[in-house]
Write a protein that binds this ligand. Structure first.
Ligand code: ZN
Length: 501
């Protein structure tokens, strides 16, 4: 490493430390902090975030970047020094374009909006949240204008989560997906419904916890470099590749809920644990985008965890764990129950197939908010009309409708499409993996996940942020992101389950 690159790294490392410290405090806030700690914690987090931001946008970062760039010689895209300069430059240019007054205004508006959203949701009163949402839309448009964009302001917001992608490409990908997805959902809706009553019973939390942990340890999740705790909303956070934390929540009446949430979060966690340790304490030392992150979670959750070979191996063990509830449940009914498709109101409870429609609805509405074609006041009506149109179910309250997700109260416009992008990415990855590892399903049926994890480590995990999502996927699968792999997978799997022709 040249001296200028080393100087850049030395400048960035303490900034990464500050961000990791903030992540520890956030993890604690969501798991163990008593309610009384909330006010002090908000101040502590605000201090850490603003200190990290100020250090990063300082002129010194720009100067060190220029010097480091001059010291590079004809680097390959995977060269760590070149990637460090490229990715840090991208982050830096984005960060310095947003005036610090706007950063402060947004941060204040977000914390007020989150309080208002919680109250509005508890009281089913959208009008209490509406003025805050209007303000966040307004400030987000200002932010997009400050950053700059290709075709529309939403491009700038999407890039925060998905560098390398633009809105128009997402729109056309989603159009292709929708064309085949809607007829599939309609056909599944008309077929005889699957009985999933076997999943309900009494499943003590301690046994659920032990079972879930043994499964993800089999995957390769390393409990010496991570842990799992309980939180209201499951999430994964990383303080370094050697300390990656998962959370989940338990429902003692349903065996599927915590198990699939555990597998999902472990997918995120395996990604972070697999990043090249040499990238730690640099801006490269984390997952490259939300869609790639989500692809890792969905791959383990759906393509592994909701597959027949997986349950051929684990159902006997699950039955032993819960002999009263599951003692006489056979593989096929169980496999069918965990793959039941049913249009529903709540995104986070949606099945694999209808999930995309929840995402598309949110994407269309938030893109409309940002380009001005949808107003905040008409949002509840637009929401309900789209639910009726896409899913054929309409929420009776805004709490179960437009107010259900936290994202907009956090000003996170551009986040929702990454869920579907991630699911499509997972299907495209698994198709390539099955080509390269023809015995994959047999390995899964033996509880041997090493070949799969090794492939993901080599093609996805170790790179950290060196490659953008489009570059990573093209290297890993030989083609750009498309909907066809997921559509073929869904038509085959769910067509079979529901006896469609
Ligand atoms: Zn996820």
């Amino acid at each position: 490493m040249s001296a200028p690159v080393e100087a850049l790294r030395d400048h960035l490392a303490p900034i990464e430390d500050l961000k990791a410290a903030a992540a520890v405090l956030t993890w604690d806030q969501e798991t163990y902090m008593p309610d009384g700690g909330a006010e002090a914690r908000a101040q502590q987090l605000s201090t850490l975030h603003s200190t990290a931001h100020e250090r990063f946008v300082a002129d010194e970062t720009g100067t060190l970047l220029d010097r480091a760039a001059e010291a590079l010689d004809a680097p390959s895209p995977l060269d760590p020094d070149a990637a460090l300069v490229r990715v840090t430059r991208r982050d830096y240019e984005r960060a310095v374009r947003v005036p610090s007054s706007l950063v402060a205004e947004l941060s204040k508006a977000k914390s007020q909006a989150q309080q208002a959203w919680k109250q509005a949701r508890a009281n089913d009163d959208f009008s209490h949240f509406a003025p805050h949402l209007e303000q966040l839309v307004d400030l987000s448009v200002k932010k997009a204008e400050a950053i700059g964009y290709e075709n529309e302001p939403y491009d700038a917001l999407l890039k925060e989560y998905e560098p390398g992608r633009i809105t128009a490409a997402v729109v056309s990908l989603f159009d292709t997906l929708r064309d085949d997805l809607v007829p599939l959902v309609d056909a599944l809706d008309e077929a005889a419904q699957i009985d999933d009553s076997a999943l309900r019973g009494t499943y003590p939390q301690s046994e659920q916890q032990r079972f879930g942990r043994s499964v993800i340890a089999d995957f390769g999740y390393d409990f010496d470099q991570g842990r799992q705790d309980v939180s209201a909303h499951p999430f994964t956070t990383s303080f370094s590749p050697n300390d990656v934390r998962l959370t989940t929540r338990y429902d003692e009446d349903n065996v599927a809920s915590a198990l699939f949430s555990t597998i999902h979060e472990a997918g995120h966690g395996l990604y972070e644990q697999g990043i090249d340790p040499a990238l730690a304490r640099t801006p490269l030392g984390e997952g490259t985008s939300l869609s790639i992150h989500e692809s890792q979670a969905r791959l383990w959750e759906n393509h592994v965890g909701r597959s027949r070979p997986f349950w051929r191996h684990y159902l006997p063990r699950l039955r032993e764990t819960f002999p009263d509830a599951l003692g006489d449940v056979d593989l096929e009914p169980f496999y069918r129950a965990i793959n039941r498709v049913e249009p529903s109101l709540i995104r986070v409870e949606a099945d694999e197939v209808t999930y995309h429609l929840h995402v598309m609805l949110r994407f269309e509405l938030e893109r409309g908010l940002i380009d001005g074609s949808v107003s905040v006041n008409e949002l509840p009506d637009r929401w309900n009309a789209a639910m009726d149109d896409y899913l054929g179910v309409v929420p009776e309250t805004d709490a179960n409708g437009v107010l259900q997700d936290v994202h907009w109260s956090q000003g996170a416009f551009g986040y929702f499409p990454t869920y579907t992008l991630g699911t499509l990415t997972a299907a495209q990855l698994i198709e390539s993996i099955e080509d390269e590892l023809p015995n994959l399903r047999a390995h899964v049926a033996d509880g041997d996940f090493a070949p799969l994890l090794d492939w993901l480590r080599a093609h996805v995990h170790r790179h950290g942020r060196k490659l953008t999502a489009p570059d990573l996927l093209e290297r890993a699968t030989g083609r750009k992101l498309a909907a066809d792999s997921w559509l073929a997978y869904a038509q085959n799997k769910f067509g079979g389950l529901y006896g469609l022709s």
